[in-house]
Design a binder for this molecule. Structure first.
Ligand SMILES: [Cu+2]
Length: 451
């Protein structure tokens, strides 16, 4: 996390990105409350000695007239008080930022269907914006991942389903790797005045207007090295090969619609896939205060699964995220989300998720995630094939985070443990009782600390 103070320092022409001292000098500024949306959501309201008018423009979001900390993955919103992630890069009259993390994980999933694996997860994202005329903003985003190094079968994760490793079998009790290209997107935003604006976003790949911000990009979820087992209920569309989104926003709410490719990425994770616009979604966000973000969305996914090409899906989600800066490098972020997948033809499957992450004094990170989901893909044959099976999972974790020298990089060392509840009829497959899993991890993240 880069502290807002560091950001101001960099924008004000601090000579070196690696000059960590500035963060300490401006510690008090870092605990400043975030910009209130009601104040026209701009930095203009700030005292002039903190950030000049020129730089105020650079702090705005890519897609609208509000602080850039409101923007999460794709075109999604999060609470504007969310800590700034990443490192600002001086780039002439462009505003540019880099985000990234790399995590080494040792994974043990318990019970007869569990297994062990050590693997790496990674993400590097660059974003840049440039004004066009008086009222326009051009935005560019590129995000890559080396997750595919873990192999096509991804990593063991009990009760995770979705996508395929070989084009023939479903991945079950495994989390698929993410594609090398997670996002290559461009946007144009047009300021209509009074905090209102229109925007257009296109990506190959990109993220359509469906679901809450993707788990690895939302503050409440990014500390947990596990993917949620509800990933294919909420945010599995975060890498979609072909997306066009248009939206309208005000200071506190927005509505947007997407046309996109319904098919999930295939098992070849290193390539770009051909685009299509055969699916649609609509989504609304309401951020009534800097600390809260509500989301509702629904989308039609045409033939999402390569192994069930005749099946379509209507996916509906609702979520609320809450973030609070606690001062002294502490922050508390939480998300509660609900989703329903109507498989057509097929069952209607509900998923719930609640997660929270508490960071204390830039050192201690406590996080937890609870999920409840109706699964229909755990058994690909036998009497339980296509049975709808309710599964609950609870994960709790801790990490100790420390700076790495004077670089804007933080090292976190931590672990997460998970326990489950599931019906008797699947106990022969998953274990009688007390199945537990854990992961130990070491993560480097490009970031300073929380404001
Ligand atoms: Cu994913």
């Amino acid at each position: 996390m880069i502290r807002k103070a560091t950001l101001f320092a960099l924008l004000s022409g601090a000579p070196s990105l690696l000059h960590a001292q500035s963060a300490h000098d401006m510690h008090d500024m870092a605990t400043m409350p975030p910009v209130a949306p009601a104040a026209n959501a701009s930095m203009d309201a700030m005292p002039h000695d903190m950030v000049g008018m020129d730089h105020a423009m650079a702090m705005r979001g890519l897609l609208g007239q509000y602080g850039m900390t409101r923007e999460a993955s794709g075109t999604s919103w999060q609470p504007e008080s969310s800590p700034m992630m990443g490192v600002m890069v001086p780039a002439g009259d462009w505003m540019a930022m880099v985000q990234g993390s790399a995590t080494l994980v040792t994974d043990h999933q318990g019970g007869p269907r569990g297994s062990d694996k050590t693997f790496s997860q990674s993400m590097l994202m660059g974003m840049a914006s440039h004004p066009i005329g008086d009222r326009g903003t051009l935005g560019l985003r590129a995000m890559v991942s080396l997750d595919a190094l873990m192999g096509r079968r991804g990593y063991p994760l009990l009760f995770a389903t979705g996508e395929t490793a070989n084009g023939r079998e479903e991945l079950v009790d495994r989390q698929h790797p993410h594609d090398l290209f997670m996002e290559l997107a461009a946007s144009y935003a047009h300021d209509l005045g009074n905090g209102r604006g229109l925007y257009l976003y296109a990506g190959l790949p990109g993220e359509p207007a469906l679901g809450p911000p993707a788990f690895m990009h939302r503050i409440s979820g990014m500390d947990d090295p596990e993917a949620p087992i509800t990933h294919h209920w909420f945010d599995s569309t975060h890498i979609t090969f072909g997306v066009v989104t248009a939206g309208f926003s005000t200071a506190t709410w927005k509505i947007e619609g997407s046309a996109f490719k319904g098919r999930e990425p295939d098992q070849r994770r290193w390539d770009l896939e051909s685009p299509k616009l055969d699916s649609w979604s609509v989504r609304a966000f309401w951020n009534p205060t800097a600390n809260v973000s509500f989301q509702v969305s629904t989308g039609y996914l045409h033939s999402p699964e390569q192994l069930h090409p005749d099946q379509n899906e209507q996916r509906t989600t609702a979520s609320v995220s809450y973030n609070r800066l606690l001062g002294n490098g502490s922050n508390w972020a939480s998300t509660i989300a609900w989703a329903r997948k109507d498989e057509r033809p097929g069952p209607a499957l509900t998923g719930w998720l609640a997660e929270t992450s508490l960071r204390l004094r830039r050192r201690h990170i406590l996080f937890a995630r609870a999920e409840h989901v109706q699964e229909a893909e755990l058994f690909d044959s036998g009497p339980l094939h296509h049975d709808v099976i309710p599964v609950s999972k609870l994960s709790t974790g801790y990490a100790y985070e420390l700076p790495v020298g004077k670089a804007p990089v933080r090292l976190a060392l931590g672990g997460v443990a998970s326990a489950y509840a599931y019906p008797d009829r699947i106990k022969p497959a998953y274990g009688r009782a007390g199945v537990k899993s854990f992961m130990l991890f070491a993560r480097l993240r490009l970031a300073d600390a929380i404001g």
